[in-house]
Design a protein around this ligand. Structure first.
Ligand SMILES: [Zn+2]
Length: 301
């Protein structure tokens, strides 16, 4: 290594160290989320966003939804075991077991339908609350920017508005579990065996993690919080944005579409809304990994 190369390396390392210090400092001030991979940009600081608060709203909602999905997950697992092996847990031929699971995928038991409906309704309630919270956060930002906000309230939607989205989340455990068991039982080597035991199927069921369902919940919550945020600005005449930017700070794991749009500014909310119609970026395919949104500088602040 030449002396120049050494100097360059020292400069680069020092810059990286500075960036890390800035991130840590911004996290301590709750301006940055715990997952931040870059320091905040100037406009994110000026807009007085507290990404840690937004992150907390999301995490709380996801935890609540996941607890409901976990119960559903457990219920579905035990119901499938009983459907295949009966209460007395008699071993079955793989073909018999496969027939049962195939019937279940086309004819969902009433008990599961009822549980899914109950969990779906509860998740719709969580989403409606999160939509409100998304709007509240942007009003808080406006207040920190010096906009009078005491008369403002966040955009609200009835629970029914989130029912379809919540139903998709609530249906995930059943879909995931039945598909996995059906796939396993369709395996030629399995079908060739004389019988399978409930213990074996139970092990397969126990290996099916809740993570997929949690991801579904996370995706729904991110969409909803972003939607509440942007709808509130759109519906509140007092919140007239002077400047609007994309901000994809919230996850170091974001998809290329979100990474590409990070920091872009828009001439109007209508223009921004074309890229962020329902909360997240329109071309986002990061699912639960991406957490981008729009941020605003209001009035003449
Ligand atoms: Zn994305």
């Amino acid at each position: 290594m030449t002396l120049d190369q050494k100097r360059l390396l020292t400069v680069l390392l020092a810059a990286e160290h500075q960036e890390t210090l800035r991130i840590t400092d911004e996290q301590a001030q709750r301006r940055s989320p715990s997952v931040a991979q870059r320091a905040l940009l100037a406009h994110e600081l000026t807009a007085q966003v507290r990404f840690a608060d937004i992150e907390d709203d999301l995490d709380t909602a996801v935890d609540e939804a996941t607890a409901l999905l976990e119960d559903l997950h457990t219920e579905v697992k035990s119901l499938i075991l009983v459907e295949i092996f009966g209460e007395d847990r008699e071993p079955r031929s793989p073909a018999e077991a496969h027939e049962v699971i195939h019937r279940l995928t086309t004819d969902q038991p009433d008990q599961v339908q009822e549980s899914e409906a109950r969990v779906g309704l509860a998740i719709a309630g969580i989403l409606a609350g999160l939509y409100l919270a998304g709007g509240r956060r942007v009003i808080e930002e406006a207040e920190r920017q010096g906009v009078p906000t005491s008369a403002l309230s966040p955009a609200a939607l009835p629970v029914e508005a989130f029912q379809e989205q919540a139903a998709t989340v609530a249906q995930h455990p059943w879909r995931r579990i039945t598909r996995k068991i059906e796939d396993d039982l369709s395996d030629q080597a399995t079908l060739a065996r004389p019988q399978i035991t409930p213990d074996e199927v139970e092990r397969v069921l126990d290996d099916i993690r809740i993570d997929g369902s949690r991801d579904q919940a996370r995706q729904a919550t991110q969409t909803t919080a972003g939607q509440g945020r942007i709808d509130t600005v759109e519906q509140t005449p007092e919140l007239e944005p002077d400047q609007i930017w994309s901000s994809e700070i919230m996850d170091g794991n974001q998809c290329p579409a979100c990474e590409e749009v990070d920091g872009r500014d828009f001439a109007s909310l209508a223009e921004a809304r074309q890229l962020y119609p329902n909360g997240p970026h329109i071309n986002c395919h990061g699912g639960a990994r991406c957490r981008g949104t729009l941020i605003f500088l209001f009035g003449s602040s």
